[in-house]
Design a protein around this ligand. Structure first.
Ligand SMILES: Nc1ncnc2c1ncn2[C@@H]1O[C@H](COP(=O)(O)OP(=O)(O)OP(=O)(O)O)[C@@H](O)[C@H]1O
Ligand SMILES: [Mg+2]
Length: 749
């Protein structure tokens, strides 16, 4: 079969046909980069390249599978033989072949993070170090950082820079732990995740004959999402491509979102230096999205300083305006999103799978899941588990189940040594035997501390029993939320998660907080008559059965974090939680680099949508069991208002004044003018200079001040549906259209 290249545009075809020599495609979202890779591989095979000699590296296994299927459709079964997968999966395969070169068994084990942490815990204990200072996750993070920079333990120990660093951090023994950890992994025939890349680099460095073999074997190398590779990954591909030099990388610097894991945009910039004969192709036409979506995305990413300039445009229809949902609370936000999906499905004869809901943090799925369930809309969570299936949630729920019912032996077994308190499996087995022999429950044995155990274990059991008894007491006087908070705190669960500052640890901590929020909401809800913990747990177990039922259906709405949505596309996309401190995340406000990464993340979210994009935010949200008021995300203000419309609002418009981060800037302006917040919701502390106002007052000719764009003159005000927009000529930034419901404008009178 002849491959048809006429479904490619000119630069795409050029990239597909330029098979010999290094090639870089740096192009905007939805411009067909992945499509180029697919056609390129199909073309190579059609030109009779052996599929075994092609290596294609993708960011996720899911992406690899999809790519393989599409190529199979074009050229048939042979596609199966392409070496296609993530860096970790492809190189663990090569490491298995070559393991003995590194003195590893070819069936080496791959440790996950839990394995690594548990190994480190024992090493730290054996080294008689304080695990409060040398927290396993901190030590692991440090080791991981070193490996991603290709620093071996030998180098680490001898490097004065790292020594000084660890000294300052109060952890001078870090190098020794790194060494012990590596030696133990090696002795157990195990590699952790970072070792897979580290050891591949070692393999290629120390065994030129092995490198030689693979350099000749892989005639063509292709890398998707090149902007998110780290140094270690880049070096591997560079070495592999050194003979044939047929390395094709595609990426978009504007979508680089993994700097926090060591990805480095610098790779893109270095690429030209490493390959002087490089051919660069730019793709600027977007085929995925409507014009409104493409242009609103452009208006956002313009605010980043560090980026390669490119003009993304599209020939697609103008499409609908971007909808903005403004809700009074997080629960209502989720309800409005679910309702909107329901209506769009009805009006447009759409399927569930046409929709995706994206969020910044995993914990946000809880509200969304609840709202979808209530409307009986089926969903799937990609790249994670549904909220109540997550380990940390099940852990806390097990505590709560046990507090409510001391006969729940499964719950007891789950929590008795969680977090680790020195009650091992043998002890638990002995206790169970004892319970059976005496024909009483496990708790009867533990709670009555007749354990006949040696001192230390007996003390641990005693402490656990007292902990549970203190919860029993709390149950008599406190409400469900108070009990659950106490359990989360005093069991040590919350603390353990709080101390884990890895991205996964932070996410787990947020999830547990979100469970507490759910219980608080349950207690606060006047519609619930029975507010006991038992009733709450019952509603949760009912959810699980609903889930089992829906999981059979292939037609489901997709829920996921924006990070997992990279490279994907959906007809209708919702991005929820567009609020300050949530998106941009509170943790990413410390530097311009971090903020720019958050903005790129929002850019990725926007550009997933084909036909319709909806953004939403809430004016209040449960956080740490309290209702907090929120401000709309600064990113919303950065979008060009001409593409936006507010479609749904909550019932009442007034909101309590709340502090704003822009207050200081306004103060600085300081002239004796009277400044009036346009949307009537200025969050300034009450002051004589300000009085509540409404957008009605804004007229053409007025002078206004915007926290980011500075001073400007209003050239027109238009009313659209529920909302008003103003076209304003800013002295420094030119003409902008702003949506008045959240633009932080001040009128100067
Ligand atoms: N020349 C073309 N003609 C028709 N459709 C195209 C063309 N090029 C790309 N597309 C379609 O546009 C959409 C986006 O393409 P693709 O996913 O390859 O873009 P991308 O650049 O990889 O995007 P991202 O940056 O999000 O990874 C896909 O549905 C693809 O099939
Ligand atoms: Mg892509």
């Amino acid at each position: 079969m002849r491959l048809k290249l006429d479904s490619l545009n000119e630069p795409q075809r050029e990239a597909v046909l330029h098979t010999e020599g290094p090639l870089m495609v740096i192009a905007g979202a939805g411009s067909g980069k992945t499509r180029v890779l697919i056609y390129r591989i199909a073309h190579l095979i059609e030109q009779s390249t052996d599929p075994f000699r092609i290596m294609a590296l993708t960011f996720t296994n899911k992406a690899a599978n999809e790519m393989r299927q599409r190529i199979e459709k074009m050229i048939g079964n042979e596609a199966r033989n392409i070496w296609m997968g993530t860096f970790h999966s492809i190189f663990s395969r090569i490491l298995r072949f070559e393991a003995e070169r590194l003195n590893y068994p070819s069936n080496f084990t791959i440790y996950d993070t839990d394995d690594s942490k548990s190994l480190l815990r024992s090493i730290i204990r054996e080294a008689a170090l304080d695990d409060k200072v040398y927290k396993p996750n901190v030590v692991l993070g440090r080791i991981s950082m070193a490996k991603n920079r290709l620093i071996s333990w030998q180098t680490y120990i001898n490097d004065p820079f790292y020594r000084a660093d660890d000294e300052v951090a109060g952890r001078p023994e870090m190098g020794r732990l790194y060494k012990l950890y590596q030696q133990r992994c090696f002795k157990s025939g195990a590699m952790d995740f970072d070792d897979l890349l580290f050891n591949t680099n070692v393999l290629f460095r120390d065994h030129p004959d092995v490198l030689h073999k693979y350099q000749h074997r892989f005639r063509y190398l292709l890398v998707d999402e090149f902007q998110d590779t780290n140094v270690s990954q880049y070096l591997i591909t560079k070495k592999l491509a050194a003979v044939h030099r047929n390395l094709c990388v595609v990426g978009d610097d504007a979508q680089s979102i993994y700097a926090f894991r060591g990805a480095d945009i610098q790779n893109i910039l270095n690429f030209e230096k490493d390959y002087p004969e490089l051919k660069t192709v730019r793709l600027e036409q977007n085929y995925r999205s409507t014009r409104n979506i493409v242009e609103v995305a452009n208006s956002l990413i313009k605010h980043n300083d560090r980026q390669l300039r490119k003009e993304v445009w599209t020939d697609n229809e103008q499409g609908d305006q971007i909808e903005l949902i403004k809700a009074s609370s997080d629960a209502e936000e989720a309800r409005l999103v679910a309702t909107s999906i329901f209506e769009d499905k009805m009006n447009g004869a759409l399927r569930n799978q046409d929709f995706a809901i994206l969020y910044r943090t995993n914990a946000q799925s809880r509200n969304v899941e609840e709202a979808l369930r209530k409307m009986n809309i089926k969903y799937r969570i990609v790249g994670g588990l549904s909220f109540y299936q997550r380990k940390e949630i099940k852990d806390l729920l097990a505590y709560l189940r046990f507090v409510v019912n001391h006969n729940d032996e499964e719950a007891l077994k789950r929590i008795i040594n969680l977090p680790k308190r020195g009650i091992g499996d043998t002890t638990i087995a002995k206790l169970i035997v004892m319970a059976n022999e005496n024909d009483v429950s496990l708790w009867d044995i533990i709670g009555n501390i007749y354990t006949a155990m040696s001192g230390r274990t007996a003390n641990s059991i005693d402490a656990f029993a007292n902990l549970i008894k203190s919860f029993d007491l709390a149950m008599q006087t406190k409400n469900a939320f108070e009990v659950a908070s106490q359990v989360a705190r005093e069991s040590g669960l919350l603390k353990e998660l709080y101390e884990d500052k890895t991205p996964e640890g932070i996410s787990r901590y947020e999830n547990v907080q979100e469970l507490l929020n759910a219980i608080k909401e349950f207690v606060d809800n006047p519609e619930n008559e029975d507010k006991t913990l038992g009733t709450f747990l019952q509603t949760v177990s009912l959810l699980t059965s609903w889930e089992d039922d829906q999981n059979k259906d292939p037609d489901r709405v997709t829920l996921m974090t924006i990070h997992s949505a990279k490279g994907l596309e959906f007809r209708n996309v919702y991005v929820v939680g567009m609020e300050e401190d949530l998106f941009p995340s509170q943790m990413m406000l410390n530097s311009r680099e971090d903020l720019e990464e958050e903005r790129r993340l929002f850019y990725v979210a926007i550009t997933r949508a084909e036909k319709k994009l909806t953004l939403s935010y809430a004016l209040s949200r449960y956080r740490f069991g309290n209702i907090r008021s929120c401000e709309p995300s600064r990113f919303l203000q950065e979008l060009d208002g001409q593409y936006l419309k507010v479609t749904r609002r909550f019932r009442t418009e007034e909101a309590a004044p709340r502090p704003t981060r822009f207050a200081a800037q306004f103060k600085r302006a300081g002239a004796p003018v009277k400044r009036i917040p346009v949307n009537g919701k200025s969050a300034h502390q009450p002051s004589a200079n300000f009085r509540p106002s409404d957008p009605m007052r804004l007229k053409a000719g007025m002078t206004v001040e915007h926290p980011k764009f500075g001073f400007g003159t209003v050239s027109a005000v238009e009313v659209q549906g529920n909302d008003r927009k103003a076209r304003i000529n800013f002295q420094q930034h030119g003409e902008k259209t702003l949506l008045l419901s959240f633009a932080k404008l001040m009128i100067h009178e």
